[in-house]
Design a protein around this ligand. Structure first.
Ligand SMILES: Nc1ncnc2c1ncn2[C@@H]1O[C@H](COP(=O)(O)OP(=O)(O)OP(=O)(O)O)[C@@H](O)[C@H]1O
Ligand SMILES: [Mg+2]
Length: 162
């Protein structure tokens, strides 16, 4: 083994990152199912069902899925939910819809003035954004941090962990 290949090998993760990917119909029922299955998946990864971070993740999934169904819908096409645990423990949520040409408000400040959903995402996620999903879709992503949602105290003031 050359030193170069040893270095490449040492950069590989020890095992695959926990990941969940599922397609849903672009309906209210599909959005509701996405939220329910997300909580099931998090529970299988050891997240308490009534935990603060699980609540935050479920809300973010629900709002992004609702947006995919309402604003990103294309007849005959569904939306995709992806969940992944990042190496530092954050949860990455990705919701992909087929309407890549329908952009979200360019500025986050505009976004949080637009409606309720992205205000919630902005408050609970450590970061979020939009990426193209070639050839014609887009992915709205959000990351839930290891500790408090959005890194802020007081989102669920009765359940902030010590
Ligand atoms: N997946 C998406 N595709 C296209 N546009 C989107 C998408 N998500 C959000 N938007 C745009 O961003 C705006 C703000 O979204 P937000 O979720 O905050 O509000 P809303 O969906 O209009 O209302 P609410 O979430 O309160 O029901 C939307 O009105 C829409 O124009
Ligand atoms: Mg919305």
């Amino acid at each position: 083994m050359t030193s170069e290949s040893a270095e490449i090998e040492s950069q590989q993760p020890a095992c695959c990152a926990p990941e969940f990917i599922q397609l849903f119909s672009s309906t209210r029922r599909g959005a509701r199912l996405a939220r329910l299955l997300a909580v099931e998946q998090l529970a299988s990864w050891g997240w308490p069902r009534d935990g603060e971070r699980t609540d935050a993740a479920a809300l973010v999934v629900a709002e992004l899925a609702a947006n995919a169904v309402v604003h990103g819908r294309l007849d005959g096409r569904g939306f995709r939910l992806g969940l992944a645990l990042l190496p530092a423990g954050q949860l990455r949520i990705e919701v992909t819809d087929p309407r890549g040409e329908r952009l979200l408000p360019a500025e986050r400040r505009e976004a949080v003035e637009g409606g309720r959903g992205l205000v919630i995402v902005d408050a609970l996620a450590a970061d979020w954004g939009v990426l193209p999903y070639p050839p014609s879709g887009k992915t709205v992503w959000a990351e839930i941090s290891v500790r408090c949602p959005g890194g802020r105290q007081g989102v669920f003031p009765d359940r902030i962990e010590a």
